[in-house]
Design a protein around this ligand. Structure first.
Ligand SMILES: NC(=O)c1ccc[n+]([C@@H]2O[C@H](COP(=O)([O-])OP(=O)(O)OC[C@H]3O[C@@H](n4cnc5c(N)ncnc54)[C@H](OP(=O)(O)O)[C@@H]3O)[C@@H](O)[C@H]2O)c1
Length: 240
């Protein structure tokens, strides 16, 4: 059963194999961007509360705020770039070298390879004097936390919103951390007021594109195997 406020009408021009990449990523992205008060995520871990505006169907003026998205080519990361951009937030994305153009397609104003030896300096320079909100780390591994904390330290603090429990060590006092819990009523207004029309207008794109593994339940195991091996800028889909 699906709640009415967690659904939208898929325009007839968009096949289901494309549309299916949207829902879970959308919940995750809204939870990363628009929660206003930290709430429970898991024992001892609160959700982040970046309190950023919802995406708009209009071309909104820039808020002057900058958000860094680490893992911009992931499902959660690329949707966060799309929604933040549609809310007037300037996004700087970190992704693999092969996906820098992809994250720009999602709306990032600048994109850097997370393996670049000078990536921290480049990100700090790109943030410049804008109002820095913090980092959404869609990957949330020890090595990504290291880079996050280096940027946040240089910027004098900010949010570190994670998809897994945030780091506990070497976190400066002026850095606020949290882990998203990607199902929240906070996303309902986005489903209600944004998704259908944004899909129709092409403002919301079904990204990353799907890779269809096959048709039928017998392909689920193969999909799980491929998922475990890791994917890059795609969503694995089994058609039924
Ligand atoms: N807490 C929650 O509620 C919640 C909600 C949603 C997702 N999650 C978690 O969030 C994570 C992301 O989920 P997803 O479905 O968005 O992932 P995904 O689409 O499978 O992520 C794939 C991307 O991860 C990037 N990547 C892989 N290893 C990396 C590394 N070591 N450093 C930097 N980037 C790396 C790759 O980037 P390149 O190919 O460009 O290198 C790739 O495009 C998962 O661990 C998931 O379990 C949590």
């Amino acid at each position: 059963m699906l709640q009415e406020d967690k659904a939208a009408i898929l325009p007839s021009s968009i096949p289901f194999v494309d549309g299916v990449v949207v829902p879970f990523a959308l919940e995750a992205a809204v939870c990363a961007l628009s929660v206003n008060e930290p709430g429970p995520c898991m024992p001892g871990v609160l959700t982040p509360a970046l309190g950023l505006p919802y995406p708009s169907l209009q071309d909104v003026p820039s808020t002057g705020k900058t958000l860094v998205v680490y893992g911009g080519s992931s499902s959660a990361g690329s949707m966060t770039i799309q929604l933040a951009t549609a809310a007037g937030i300037r996004v700087i994305a970190l992704a693999g070298a092969a996906n820098l153009e992809f994250v720009k397609t999602c709306g990032a104003v600048a994109a850097f390879d997370y393996k670049d030896a000078h990536v921290v300096e480049k990100v700090v320079q790109a943030i410049g004097t804008t109002d820095f909100v913090g980092i959404f780390d869609a990957i949330s591994l020890p090595e990504t936390f290291e880079l996050d904390l280096a940027v946040l330290t240089k910027m004098g603090g900010g949010w570190l919103a994670c998809t897994h429990p945030p780091p506990k060590e070497n976190v400066p006092e002026n850095v606020k951390t949290g882990m998203i819990f990607a199902v929240n009523d906070i996303a309902a207004p986005v489903w209600r007021n944004y998704v259908t029309e944004a899909l129709e207008k092409g403002k919301l794109k079904c990204l990353p594109p799907p890779t269809v593994i096959g048709k039928g339940l017998k392909f689920v195991n193969e999909g799980l195997k491929k998922s475990k091996e890791g994917v890059s800028a795609t969503k694995l889909v089994v058609e039924l």
